[in-house]
Write a protein that binds this ligand. Structure first.
Ligand SMILES: NC(=O)c1ccc[n+]([C@@H]2O[C@H](COP(=O)([O-])OP(=O)(O)OC[C@H]3O[C@@H](n4cnc5c(N)ncnc54)[C@H](OP(=O)(O)O)[C@@H]3O)[C@@H](O)[C@H]2O)c1
Length: 281
């Protein structure tokens, strides 16, 4: 139990929502940030603040009295956030970064890696204690198949054999909560994956198993997928996604032990993630 105020940004997102709920469950004092808090339901125990990470002036009230922050990376916004946080007397920040960041590269390979790297650099150059969470592919990305699973028993998409080790957002959140509330995580970088490498076809099959239905994955030509997704996904993000998938075809992607190391519990399986989200499919 702690009385030091913790600000959770990205609090309406997959990870931030879980961070908020776990902190509340553990009895910590929390404040949630959203650009439009009136559009969401909030735990009664949480304070709620309106603010936009891209507009430093809007953060002043939200940061008042805050010691620790769970930070979502908004492109181009972290330097301004850091200045506001230092001024407000914040001590420590846990950043939701990305496993795409490459410490050895002279230039980051795509836009996603580049803006998370920029957010990390802003924190490295600050007086704040920082912890970086670098998750790989979220299990929640498969929610983009929900329209198809509701309509039938076939999921159509690119690269049936593209592999990832999908990670449960509640596990990312549990690592964040440990870093936010315990000592000893300053300057640490945690690489977060699920427990096993699974192809898109495996993931569709497992969703079917969890739902008790025979779901299969049908591979479509990459250009057809690019066209279908381009209406919803910005081009640089889409390019990064398709490149990541192409590069993982036929591989076992590596998994890490950081979730267990930090939380003391093994990373949750994709099957258990589907059970937690069955109603969405
Ligand atoms: N999907 C993956 O496979 C994957 C893998 C590795 C890393 N990541 C990284 O994880 C993050 C996504 O996390 P998520 O899925 O939990 O988020 P999400 O569900 O996409 O939600 C986005 C959150 O960010 C907040 N937000 C966006 N712009 C904001 C702004 N200008 N000011 C304040 N808040 C803002 C939104 O809050 P309001 O709308 O309430 O203001 C919302 O809570 C991204 O940085 C992504 O690159 C994702």
């Amino acid at each position: 139990m702690g009385n030091a105020m913790i600000l959770v940004t990205g609090a309406t997102g997959n990870v931030g929502r879980n961070v908020l709920e776990q902190l509340v469950e553990q009895g910590h004092s929390v404040r949630a940030l959203s650009r439009a808090p009136q559009d969401s339901a909030w735990p009664a125990e949480a304070e709620v603040a309106t603010g936009d990470l891209a507009d430093t002036a809007s953060l002043e009230q939200a940061l008042t009295g805050v010691e620790t922050v769970f930070l979502f990376a908004v492109p181009g916004a972290t330097a301004g956030f850091v200045a506001a946080a230092e001024k407000a007397g914040v001590r420590k920040v846990v950043l939701l970064s990305s496993g795409a960041v490459d410490d050895d590269a002279e230039a980051q390979s795509d836009l996603i890696a580049a803006y998370h790297h920029e957010a990390e650099q802003a924190l490295r150059g600050s007086s704040l204690e920082w912890t970086f969470l670098r998750p790989q592919v979220f299990a929640a990305n498969t929610l983009m198949w929900a329209g198809q699973t509701k309509a039938g028993d076939v999921v159509r998409g690119a690269y049936a054999e593209a592999a990832s080790a999908p990670v449960h957002e509640a596990d990312i959140a549990a690592v964040a909560v440990a870093a936010l509330t315990q000592d000893g995580h300053g300057g640490q970088i945690y690489w977060l994956t699920g427990p096993e490498s699974l192809t898109h076809a495996d993931q569709a099959r497992i969703i079917g198993e969890a739902l008790g239905r025979p779901l299969s994955y049908q591979e479509l030509p990459v250009e057809a997928v690019r066209q279908a997704l381009s209406a919803h996904v910005p081009a640089p993000i889409l390019d990064a996604m398709l490149t990541l998938w192409a590069g993982s075809v036929g591989r076992q992607v590596p998994t890490t032990a950081d979730i267990e190391k930090v939380t003391g519990r093994p990373a949750r399986s994709f099957h258990s993630w589907v059970r937690d989200h069955a109603s969405a499919f």
